[in-house]
Design a protein around this ligand. Structure first.
Ligand code: LMR
Length: 332
């Protein structure tokens, strides 16, 4: 008698708890490295808003900006282990994972414009790259733009030769390593969150990034010159833990896919203006001198770096390089 009333009490508790458990939202931890007021930071927040609205609160997206949850070198593993469900790393960070073909985006001067870039991200190459992530337990959801990279240092960089001997921070990409070596600089792979301090203390002399990252990481406080070389891009791959994504109820996944589609349009629509505004803010700060190159000067930077394409053919894949040349009309 005692035993069965205990059982009944237990069953009653379970019944009372069931509706509560059913109401628990699905939590998506979305971690990224940059400030909130950047193209990626704003797009991540916009995705959160849409996803929560369109799933009627059945999904809760927790966005962790500015390396506040995981930093470079940690976040990919965290995604694979399921400690976070979504990330948006720069495509230059997939090499250590064994997806070296993503370094195609790092080949200097391969893109002249966002239009060129979108031919690749929206085309078969972009799709094929995402396919390569599946065996690593990762689902590629979208490509988000940041912008064109510029070189910064505490010395005026007008000619490629001015880079000689400078310690330049790079992302974990072998192609970026060859790019810096081609300029005679000494590449140093370093987590994004450590760059400001490394510049302040002289551990590195300079770096490459678009104005939005340069300004929001306050690099203008510790770099005297920024040269508008536009020699490459920072592009993001928005990715999810595959097991998590595949395991979502179909209606939820559909709502998240539509939220991602609209957040992607938003990200790519604001990217250029965000970078233009950040450059204007750097200029207004009066702390960093902005160096604009003439077409002839820019051609000299391009001439030195273009050899990096051939040098990295076996790493990135000749077929991938040729497919991109065909899509963008790039002539080596
Ligand atoms: C970097 O330089 O590491 C940046 O690309 C980080 C980012 O996510 O934009």
């Amino acid at each position: 008698m005692k035993f069965s009333s205990a059982l009944l009490a237990l069953a009653a508790c379970a019944l009372a708890a069931a509706p509560v458990a059913a109401q628990q939202p699905i939590v998506i931890k979305f971690s990224h490295l940059v400030a909130v007021n950047t193209p990626k930071g704003k797009a991540a927040d916009y995705f959160k808003k849409l996803a929560e609205e369109r799933t009627n609160g059945k999904v809760k997206v927790e966005v962790y900006p500015n390396s506040s949850l995981f930093k470079d070198g940690e976040e990919m593993e965290a995604l694979q282990l399921g400690s976070v469900q979504m990330l948006a790393p720069s495509v230059s960070k997939f090499g250590p994972l064994g997806a070296r073909e993503f370094e195609i985006f790092d080949l200097p001067y391969i893109f002249d414009s966002f239009d060129d870039l979108h031919k690749v991200t929206d085309g078969p190459v972009g799709k094929a790259l995402f396919k390569k992530l599946e065996s690593k337990g990762i689902t590629g959801l979208a490509y988000w733009d940041n912008g064109f990279k510029d070189m910064s240092a505490n010395k005026a960089l007008r000619k490629p030769e001015d880079m000689k001997g400078l310690k330049m921070r790079i992302q974990s990409s072998k192609v970026l390593e060859s790019e810096m070596r081609a300029y005679g600089a000494l590449p140093q792979v370093m987590a994004f969150s450590e760059v400001y301090q490394a510049m302040q203390t002289g551990v590195v002399d300079g770096s490459e990034n678009p104005p939005s990252n340069f300004y929001t990481q306050k690099m203008h406080e510790v770099q005297k010159y920024l040269t508008l070389t536009d020699h490459g891009v920072i592009e993001y791959a928005v990715i999810a833990n595959k097991k998590f994504w595949d395991g979502l109820p179909a209606d939820i996944r559909t709502a998240l896919e539509s939220s991602m589609k609209d957040a992607t349009k938003y990200a790519n629509d604001i990217a250029k203006k965000e970078n233009d505004d950040a450059l204007a803010a750097v200029k207004a700060s009066g702390k960093t001198e902005i160096i604009t190159l003439s077409p002839q000067e820019k051609a000299a930077w391009k001439k030195v770096a273009v050899g990096v394409h051939k040098e990295n053919e076996s790493r990135v894949g000749r077929e991938t390089i040729e497919a991109v040349y065909k899509e963008t009309g790039f002539k080596p």
